[in-house]
Design a protein around this ligand. Structure first.
Ligand SMILES: Nc1ncnc2c1ncn2[C@@H]1O[C@H](COP(=O)(O)OP(=O)(O)OP(=O)(O)O)[C@@H](O)[C@H]1O
Length: 218
């Protein structure tokens, strides 16, 4: 069963009267529960593709279906609601709110979140002791674990992660990737992770290689 299907995605950026084709007719399908990695060099279009698949940016051409819904056929408001219901997003730079505690950050996308589930995520990610701390008091790896908990709080069927360990040392990177994988397996979440690190893609069920904005099937 597929959770995401993208058909012939192209993205052209226009800047200073110059246009740049960042993606050219990229098609991708992600199955329920699958852990897929998008691998490619800097500038190959990885972040552009991830942002479009997550509905954060619009393609110049092409369609994206999440759980069967054509997301760019929806108006802005409905797309935001669909994102809230179906998508979790983990950013390289964590993007936590520094004036909120760890627990407040985690609950932010889902203020009605069940307290037991918040506790379960805190335990699973080994951050229960930091619940009332502020992000600045935590290490980078700990902050990324908070960001993963926040991304999972709404039980999304698909989790997008853009270089989630890009700011971490290799030991912490391993811990974060293992946690991400274990949680996704536990909750049946699909993961689509962008990386340029060949070592990390060994964990993935499937690797999608991007080169100059195109899928490299070679
Ligand atoms: N907002 C933008 N305006 C204009 N050009 C952009 C914009 N965002 C990205 N680009 C260009 O599109 C191409 C693809 O960029 P993108 O960030 O998707 O690649 P990437 O593979 O994620 O790179 P990195 O690994 O360095 O993050 C690059 O040539 C980049 O300069």
């Amino acid at each position: 069963m597929e959770i995401l299907r993208a058909e012939n995605i192209s993205r052209i950026y226009c800047q200073n009267a110059v246009s740049l084709q960042a993606l050219h007719r990229v098609s991708v399908t992600i199955q329920k529960g699958e852990f897929a990695a998008i691998l490619g060099r800097s500038g190959s279009g990885k972040s552009t593709l991830l942002n479009i698949l997550a509905g954060l940016d619009k393609p110049s051409e092409g369609k994206v279906y999440i759980d069967g819904t054509d997301i760019f056929h929806l108006g802005e408001e409905k797309r935001t609601l669909l994102r809230r219901e179906k998508i979790g997003f983990v950013f390289q730079a964590y993007e936590l709110l520094h004036s909120l505690t760890v627990i407040e950050n985690i609950r932010l996308p889902e203020l009605e979140a069940n307290a037991d589930y918040v506790g379960e995520l805190l335990d699973a990610l080994g951050i229960r002791q930091y619940g009332t701390c502020y992000p600045d008091q935590l290490s980078g790896g700990e902050q990324q674990r908070v960001a993963i908990a926040r991304a999972l709080i709404n039980h999304p069927p698909i989790l997008f992660a853009d270089e989630p360990t890009g700011n971490l040392d290799s030991k912490t990177e391993r811990i974060v990737i293992d946690l991400l994988k274990n949680l996704a397996e536990k909750y049946g979440t699909s993961i689509l992770m962008v990386t340029h690190n060949e070592d990390l893609v060994k964990d993935a069920d499937r690797v999608i290689r991007l080169e100059d904005g195109e899928i490299d099937n070679g």
